[in-house]
Design a protein around this ligand. Sequence first.
Ligand code: PEP
Length: 261
Amino acid sequence: MPEKRPPFVVGNWKMHMTVSETRALLDSIVKAVPDLGTARIVVIPPFTALGEAARLLANSSVALGAQNLFWEDKGAFTGEISGPLLRDIGCRYVVVGHSERRQFFGETDITVNKRVHAALRSALKPIVCVGEILEERDAGRTMARVRTQFDGALEGISPEDIRKIVLAYEPVWAIGTGRTATPGQAEDVHAVLREKIAEKYGKEAAACAIILYGGSVKPANSFSLFREKNIDGFLVGGASLEAESFIPIMKEAMKAYKEVA
Ligand code: PEP
């Protein structure tokens, strides 16, 4: 297994992008794909744009994901969305445990874990987010926090299923704030997460695992972040809403990959 994995870049559009805006952005992303080599790209539109995005990406290597799912597969759960419904519309990935869901919608490690299992049941790859708040970082509790979140989110996950899971380290203080973790700060946490995978699932699973960084990623910082050994790509929020910033992020990551791989 080579030391460095090709860039894996995810654009999380959050509660933005109409269907016509989706068309325009995906058109630019799809046109940029040939310049991005072996980079893997996932876009995560709002639920309302998934159908149109699936249609536009049908013949493309860009994969589609959703921002959340409920842990039951079907039933009387007004307002929720299930794994089978996401799979049916063409999703291959789903974000689970984003800090905005933990902060504003009461997600806990227990409900994150239920969602991870639900995603896997529907053959969706979960992108599982962990990360500390500023007070935890200032108190020296970052590693303890992400270890706890890792253990909680991955409770009951088999060695076979760990290979289908993407982890995202997203320090809460860096999300949407313009304040990015330094490459060193991010790398330290990524290394701990990879160690956790090795402890629980073995060295080979750890070597294959995809661990993303998220938190104010921009074209100007993606090169230096991606150069770090354990940073495999990015979960990008704000800067994924425009082709002018999202595509250069991927190009910078690819440039760094070519240098260090
Ligand atoms: C995110 O949405 O996960 C995120 C990291 O947002 P931003 O890039 O805007 O900080």
